[in-house]
Design a protein around this ligand. Structure first.
Ligand code: 4NP
Length: 154
């Protein structure tokens, strides 16, 4: 069985689609076959494509995420995924609250997979400018490298 990972932020239109894209690119380069998805704790943007600025930063880095559509995290996700990875501490708290007793998924914070940055938030770039999205891309790319090692080790 392939390992699976779900990235979760607030709206599923900025940070978690970029984390999904970065890990997809990393796994493609490494020849790793992993099931990767993303979702939001909130439902405001369900069905929408990623934010224009997220589309743009992904494109600047050679990745097309135009096919992605936002969805809200579900209780079934805790059964269906091996790992659920929150982009910030508020997302992690919200996920911990809805986590069912029989959850399969291991919950963690994205930055817990980056050496020396455990416990940090991936800052929400939604209310800022393009430079915030460049920072998000840098951060999710660093985490994707850490996650690649996690999956390669089994
Ligand atoms: P995301 O960014 O959680 O990284 O997708 C946000 C997107 C939308 C909102 C907040 C954050 N919003 O309030 O609508």
């Amino acid at each position: 069985m392939h390992q699976s990972v779900l990235f979760v932020c607030l709206g599923n239109i900025c940070r978690s689609p970029l984390a999904e894209a970065a890990l997809r690119a990393e796994c493609a380069a490494a020849g790793l076959n992993i099931i990767i998805d993303s979702a939001g704790t909130g439902d405001w943007h369900v069905g929408q494509a990623p934010d224009e600025r997220a589309l743009a930063v992904a494109a600047r880095n050679g990745v097309d995420i135009g096919h992605l559509r936002a969805r809200q995290v579900t209780i079934a996700d805790f059964r269906d995924f091996d790992h659920i990875i929150a982009l910030d501490n508020q997302n992690l708290r919200d996920l911990t609250e809805i986590r069912p007793a029989k959850a399969v998924a291991k919950l963690s914070l994205l930055f817990d997979h980056v050496a020396g940055r455990a416990g940090e938030d991936v800052t929400d770039p939604y209310y800022g400018g393009d430079e915030g999205f460049d920072q998000t891309w840098t951060e999710v790319t660093a985490a994707a490298r850490g996650l690649r090692r996690l999956f390669e080790d089994g």
